[in-house]
Design a protein around this ligand. Structure first.
Ligand code: ZN
Length: 220
């Protein structure tokens, strides 16, 4: 089985990626892992990517495509996998199409974790963390509230919001996500690969829903 997972942070994609990897014995391929690995091994694409990572810039499509190409052309090339974070744009999807045809690892499905922007803002924006560096206990204002508002149950320190979890940061990330993803999803829809996955409900219910939507036989 060869899958691509698409969804913003807070959509539950990470949890389902773990379950799919584990239970269907797939290899998990996250863009961050490929990047770090290529840089560590000093591959050609890793060398191209490193300066972007160092200054915190987004790695350009062409470099990301090269990284994935290196992986699929290596002796350790994956056969059955969950791709998380790639392809992130339509241009990357087109490049991956060509690559996967060449190596006979065409995708079986693209799972779209469709979630309303406001729901993402409330899920992530509600996260709080203990400000005590030695504690850092996580909370959520509705899903996992502390006994006393704004105060850590464990150590009594005030709770704080991580900069990644601030509303303006989340909204900025969502804007970029939609800019890239809307045309990506359209592309996969046309190929008949797109499956919409629910993002509310119990983890196991969502997993069962995904299984039902997966093609019965994996082309290998
Ligand atoms: Zn604490």
């Amino acid at each position: 089985m060869r899958l691509v997972l698409v969804g913003p942070p807070g959509s539950g994609k990470g949890t389902q990626a773990e379950l799919l990897t584990d239970r269907l014995k797939l290899r998990y391929i996250g863009t961050g892992d490929i990047l770090r690995d290529a840089i560590r091994r000093g591959t050609d694409a890793g060398k191209l990517a490193e300066p972007f990572i160092k200054v915190g810039n987004l790695v350009p499509d062409a470099v990301v495509n090269d990284l994935v190409k290196e992986l699929f052309e290596s002796p350790d090339a994956p056969r059955d996998f969950v791709l998380d974070g790639y392809p992130r744009t339509r241009a990357q999807a087109i490049a991956f199409d060509a690559l996967s045809k060449k190596h006979h690892v065409q995708l079986d499905a693209v799972l779209n974790f469709k979630i309303d922007d406001e729901e993402v803002v409330s899920r992530i924006g509600g996260r709080r963390i203990c400000s005590n560096p030695a504690c850092q206990a996580p909370y959520h204002i509705t899903a996992r509230p502390p006994r006393k508002p704004g105060i850590c149950d464990r150590c009594g320190s005030p709770l704080t919001i991580r900069s990644d979890d601030k509303e303006e940061t989340i909204r900025a990330r969502l804007r970029v996500f939609h800019q890239n993803t809307d045309t990506l999803l359209e592309y996969y829809e046309k190929l008949g690969l797109l499956k919409n996955v629910p993002t509310t409900g119990e983890v196991e219910e969502i997993y069962a829903d995904i299984l039902k939507q997966l093609p019965k036989t994996s082309s290998s």
